[in-house]
Design a protein around this ligand. Sequence first.
Ligand code: ATP
Ligand code: MG
Length: 553
Amino acid sequence: MAEERSLNFLEEIIEKHLEEGKYQHIVTRFPPEPNGYLHIGHASSICLNFGLTKKYPGYTNLRFDDTNPVTEETEYVESIKNDVKWLGFEWKHELYASDYFDTLYEYAIKLINLGLAYVDDSTSEEMASLKGTPTEPGKPSKYRDRSIEENLDLFVRMKNGEFPDGARVLRAKIDMAHINMLMRDPIIYRIKHAHHHRTGDKWCIYPMYDFAHGQSDSIENVTHSICTLEFVPHRELYDWLIEKLEIYPSHQYEFARRNINYTVTSKRKLLQLVNENHVSGWDDPRMPTISGLRRRGYTPDSIRDFCERIGIAKRENMIDVSLLEFCIREHLNKIALRKMVVFDPIKVVITNYPEGEGELLSTENNPEDPSTGHRDLQFSREILIEKDDFMENPPKKYFRLSPGSKVRLKSAYIIQCDEVVKNEAGEVVELHCSYFANSKSGEDVSGIKVQGTLHWVNASSAIPVEVREYDRLFRVEDPTDEAGDFKEYLNPDSLKVVKGYAEPSIKHANAADRFQFLRKGYYCLDTESKEDALVFNRTVTLKDGWAKEQKKN
Ligand code: ATP
Ligand code: MG
């Protein structure tokens, strides 16, 4: 975890509130709209809301902000619950804004009775033309001064389904000249004959975000309603509605959205990637969704660590995805089981090792965690190493294998390259080496010093595996900030499928396991993996290769 840090601005506010006795305990909520899968930006909001009530007395609710029937689905509700739990948080109550439709309707009636809301028959174009601009006041609609009775009658008839979509809306009657455009008689109810994922066909009028969100906070006695900066202008309306309706005074606080480079964090855009098959689904390991990161091999700890490190801010800024990768490397280095896997092999024949014989060598599962113990490695006369761990004409200070040079095979013996076997085309196809029997790892008495250690697998027992290597989903840092459609900036090379030859112990891998393939990176089983056709995802490379790559180009 990150080191001790000073209080963030929300913690400061909350500590003051608790000290002053304004609250005995606090209530926060995480309020997703169930119109897609959660992404890494949501993780930041989740860690913030749940983190505050872990630190201070109180609790956090999970509230589905499901007031838009058209885009919302139960599938999304389930995935959101699953993701929050997986991140390691427990909500106190599972709530739905749609459960408040009756109450919200009553609130609307109350506003009408107070002379603070009216039914407007104008078209949306007419309303827009009367709205004014930030520097010019708006003009009142000709329906603004309808009587309370007429408004009540029309609103009930809107609810009863007498009018088609868009025919009328209910607006709060505030001030058409207000400097905050959102206060110029905002729409609070609209007609939408649409099936809702929970209330079915009971309603054909639905509250707008501004008439649902704050009121839901209030119904739930949320003390600190935390949202992102784009809602700053909405705060005035939030407070106005609470004041006029005389309901529990929740307060809204805003922090900056967290955006990560080389990806997009917007459910709407991610949905396009899914629908247009740019990725295999919401949980494609290249997606910045929680489910994508999970499938890719990210751990909840690493994501929480990342959110803690980026903290919260009052100004928008782009976070470097390298930090997320740093966090997962930190965690995986501690927990990953080490395995040897050769990707692009060349055969090594150890000519002085007896034919038909073999032995079992022992190696640590994870040197960072001795409790994980040891495993056996099969060793025999024929092994595989990486083709690029050999060079026929090496430069100076090349510590890998070359004619005449010596290297150590990890957890095995020192070998020396005696002969290079080529095919007719002149390509190296096999290496003939000799081994030093007295150089066995752990009991080496050979006195030979080598500088290179290579990973290897036993040729006859290695098992072929498929490995999926992922790169940035987009070629540019901020695809939404470029000209044209953001999808034009997709990285065509974000997925590379390669074959590998793994030590046989990998057969027992299960979904929860995390692996370090020595000298390669961190990997986990993919959900498509089968017992006789293992598939691994590369979670992250061992080092930050991207930054270096960028400098070269
Ligand atoms: P999207 O555009 O991806 O749909 P959203 O803000 O519309 O995002 P919601 O489901 O309304 O998504 O978000 C639930 C909560 O998560 C809100 O409080 C929202 O402010 C917060 N949130 C969403 N995206 C981010 C982000 N990138 N960084 C921090 N918080 C976020
Ligand atoms: Mg939203």
